[in-house]
Design a protein around this ligand. Structure first.
Ligand SMILES: Cc1cc2nc3c(=O)[nH]c(=O)nc-3n(C[C@H](O)[C@H](O)[C@H](O)COP(=O)(O)OP(=O)(O)OC[C@H]3O[C@@H](n4cnc5c(N)ncnc54)[C@H](O)[C@@H]3O)c2cc1C
Length: 447
């Protein structure tokens, strides 16, 4: 079948690779000049690497098997990572049980409550009831005020900005489940991985596979309208013309779906008005010297504008980054926040000021570049009863399909879930995708 896919993020390209393998002829449309969406790459000056920080966890089995499947298994590199906390203007490593027991900001009692919270959380399967309580109330109840203020609150700030107060306990439940799966239980160490060369390696391989299979990826092409074709199939109108497809799959966010897809093709239930999105402002800092031994340094300091220091070079060998060190400094906020649109120079100045608080000895001459990147819509804010307000999409046309991350109601946004969703989709719709559009049109008119 001739299949059109809208969006060349990991969802769109992952799906394109799977459908090419199934024998379909695939054309992908991407409005940006380069593929990858949130997982795209960036020219950092002397090397190319991910625009935003990405790691793979040992338990990301769908993603790992996908990477192996596209022939990049040998490029997967693993390393032990450390976690730190910057509290009371001091940096502490909290990377193993002993360090945790020694962690001065918490009393022994607080540590016991923290351990209990994590154990309790990792055993919960029924996430629905956690939607009814805020993450703050839930953690206060389980861990107590001291542990909450010193440990959980900085972590929530790091991931959600000030919006954490409105977020449900599902957020921390899914986070703990995912992060604790990164621990190598025998050694009680944290393991993280990446593909050598970052997501660019993955994107290049996907492009190669899709093109070799007779498909195409059209970059810098914005889809303006998706509608039913006169007889059968679906038409995609974009800024270079109109193309006809037997089947079309949309992989972008719901608000764009509502703007560009003819309502005769899709029913979006729930207004979606109440769904707020988180965005991220992120400095990608390239230095001549290593900045941090931690993959994540959680920041609990109101004077520091960003909420974490992500030491990418603790995971990625400097051989991949021209001998330089790559560190990301993220700050999450609502996508509607005015700060999201602040001039780059102002954000850079504030972030560099914060950097000096943590690393007062960092020499200006050792900073190679400090670029600011923005992603306005990263993921919905998982507020109370989120699964009920998230818009549900139902396709009304047999040749039009939707596959996107909007329906991840009980999980953190990650590429393991993306690939899992892609593989589930391919199995679920294998027959529908292979059915001749004329036959599906007849079936539709008969029903
Ligand atoms: C700061 C940050 C850190 C992250 N860290 C990790 C991590 O460590 N591990 C992990 O697994 N995941 C991580 N993620 C999440 C990961 O990036 C996402 O899971 C993934 O990129 C989602 O892919 P997607 O294809 O569903 O969506 P997107 O990447 O948003 O792709 C959708 C694509 O559709 C295109 N599009 C939209 N409208 C149109 C249109 N009208 N016409 C044409 N094209 C259109 C967009 O331009 C975009 O490229 C992180 C994300 C961020 C932002």
């Amino acid at each position: 079948m001739k299949v059109g896919i809208i969006g060349a993020g990991i969802t769109g390209l992952g799906l394109a690779q799977r459908l090419t393998r199934e024998g379909h002829s695939v054309t992908v449309f991407e409005r940006e000049e380069q593929p990858g969406g949130l997982a795209t790459f960036q020219d950092h000056g002397e090397f190319i690497f991910d625009r935003f920080y990405h790691v793979i966890l040992p338990t990301d089995r769908y993603l790992i098997s996908f990477i192996e499947d596209i022939g990049l298994g040998d490029e997967l590199c693993w390393g032990t990572t450390l976690t730190g906390f910057f509290v009371d203007r001091q940096t502490y490593s909290v990377s193993n049980a002993l360090e945790y027991l020694k962690f001065p900001p918490l009393s022994l009692w607080s540590k016991m409550r923290l351990a209990y919270t994590i154990l309790y959380c990792s055993r919960i399967d029924d996430w629905k009831r956690l939607e009814q309580i805020t993450v703050e109330d839930w953690l206060l109840r389980l861990s107590g005020r001291a542990t909450y203020e010193k440990l959980w609150k900085p972590l929530l700030l790091a991931k959600l900005g000030e919006n954490y107060r409105r977020v449900s306990a599902v957020f921390i439940w899914s986070y703990i489940k995912r992060m604790f799966s990164a621990r190598d239980k025998s050694a009680s160490r944290e393991q993280m991985g990446h593909v050598r060369g970052g997501y660019k390696t993955v994107l290049d391989r996907l492009e190669e596979t899709i093109v070799q299979g007779g498909g195409a990826i059209n970059l810098g092409v914005t889809v303006k309208r998706v509608s039913a074709a006169a007889e059968c199939g679906v038409e995609i109108s974009h800024d270079r013309g109109t193309d006809h497809f037997d089947k079309v799959v949309f992989t972008g966010p719901v608000n764009i779906l509502q703007q560009i897809v003819d309502p005769a093709l899709v029913d979006v239930r729930g207004s979606g008005k109440n769904v707020e999105y988180l965005g991220v402002l992120c400095m990608a800092l390239v230095t001549r010297v290593p900045l941090t031994p931690f993959y994540v340094l959680n920041i609990a300091d109101e004077q520091v504008p960003f909420t974490g220091v992500i030491g990418m070079s603790t995971v990625v060998d400097t051989g991949e980054t021209a001998g330089l060190y790559l560190t990301y400094l993220p700050k999450y906020m609502l996508s509607t926040d005015a700060e999201m649109r602040q001039p780059e120079e102002k954000v850079r100045e504030e972030f560099l000021h914060g950097l000096r608080i943590i690393y007062p000895d960092l020499d200006d001459a050792d900073i190679v570049s400090a670029r600011i990147h923005r992603a306005v819509k990263v993921q919905p804010l998982q507020v109370l009863n989120f699964s009920e307000i998230v818009p549900k999409t139902a396709t009304l046309h047999p040749d039009f399909f939707v596959l996107n991350t909007a329906q991840f109601v009980n999980n953190t946004l990650n590429n393991n879930e993306v690939i899992r969703a892609v593989d589930t989709f391919v199995v679920q719709y294998r027959d529908a995708l292979a059915r001749d559009p004329a036959t599906s049109a007849e079936q539709q008119s008969a029903s």
